[in-house]
Design a protein around this ligand. Structure first.
Ligand code: FE
Length: 337
């Protein structure tokens, strides 16, 4: 009798341990947006799977996963920019995932075999309404034209956002054109590259320079801000969707994948599928002012509504990644620091 009781107890202990293991997910995330909290807690509510989150800077997380090797507890890596996702792929950190849900929900140009985009952001032109006419800045090419001498400000050429923009120009127009563009930009600099996207937007509003490129969520964030100084910036700038008559506006993504040594692979795939659900997609849009990758989803973000709709460049994200090192070489040659 005693031995039977022991056996039952042992079995119960075993199955509860197995249960506990299946109900966890280790997420390495380079997204640091407060609104993402709701994403994670809702996933746990829906599935019972607890998320252990480790946040870090993009490149540090990649390094960490690489160093942890086969012992890495990481199940999913979430990060921003196609360039960084591609780097994780090249380092062999991701494992292929075949999921009918992800294939059905995410357009083919926004996914690869081992990493997936969950939101998009556009790189648009911001101009000073007092000194620049909207018609003058309809394309990325127009920023590199002789008429813009001394008017352009920019963040560094080695930042992934600008590398991906140049990668899209290489993919669409070839290397020679891309280099001519980079050189034209350098010739038009109002000042040496410095700061982030928000700094360029502010410099344009202040008249320190007249045009810049910036990611849309930075603009939307200022549009939704209560601070009077942000309101003033927004009043002074115009926003253009570049290249509407040609290739479309360059977009980049945030996304992620399941890691090769994921101890909780099943939970990891479930989590990616959750990120492609209507609910999670709305969080990306309404919380962080990005666009959902799922087509036709109704969102309620007044800033994105004001920005309106546009034609996006349909270049596959894998091609952006493919031309990163070429883009860096071109910027270096052109002196776009
Ligand atoms: Fe950013």
């Amino acid at each position: 009798m005693l031995s039977r009781v022991l056996l039952v107890t042992a079995l119960a202990a075993f199955s509860s341990a197995a249960f506990a293991q299946a109900q966890e997910l280790n997420l390495y995330s380079a997204r640091h947006y407060q609104t993402d909290e709701a994403l994670y807690s809702n996933f746990t509510k829906l599935t019972g799977i607890k998320i252990n989150r480790i946040e870090g800077k993009e490149d540090e997380l990649l390094e960490r996963i690489r160093n942890e090797g086969a012992n890495s507890p990481a199940d999913v890596l979430l990060t921003v920019d196609a360039a960084r996702l591609a780097k994780a792929h090249e380092l062999g950190l991701f494992a292929p995932v075949s999921s009918k849900v992800l294939e059905a929900r995410i357009p083919a140009h926004l996914r690869t075999e081992d990493w997936f985009s969950f939101s998009t952001r556009a790189r648009v032109i911001v101009y000073n309404k007092l000194s620049v006419k909207r018609e003058e800045v309809q394309t990325y090419e127009s920023l590199a034209a002789p008429g813009m001498k001394g008017k352009v400000c920019t963040r560094s050429g080695s930042h992934p956002y600008n590398l991906s923009l140049l990668a899209s120009i290489i993919a669409n127009q070839g290397e020679a054109q891309a280099e001519a563009w980079a050189r034209g930009m350098v010739a038009n600099f109002a000042r040496a590259p410095k700061g982030g996207d928000t700094d360029q937007i502010k410099a344009v509003a202040a008249g320190e320079c007249q045009v810049a490129t910036a990611n849309t969520y930075y603009i939307a964030r200022m549009m939704r801000s209560d601070k009077p100084e942000d309101r003033k910036v927004i009043e002074r700038i115009g926003v253009v969707w570049p290249n509407q008559a040609t290739s479309g506006t360059h977009i980049n993504v945030s996304g992620g994948g399941v890691l090769k040594h994921a101890p909780n692979r099943e939970a990891a795939i479930k989590f990616l599928e959750y990120l492609a659900s209507d609910e999670a997609q709305r969080y990306f849009a309404d919380g962080n002012n990005e666009w959902p990758v799922v087509a036709g989803l109704k969102i309620s973000n007044p800033a994105l509504e004001t920005l309106g709709s546009f034609k996006a460049d349909k270049l596959p994200v894998r091609n952006l990644a493919m031309y990163q090192s070429k883009a860096q070489m071109i910027y270096d040659r052109a002196g776009y620091r």
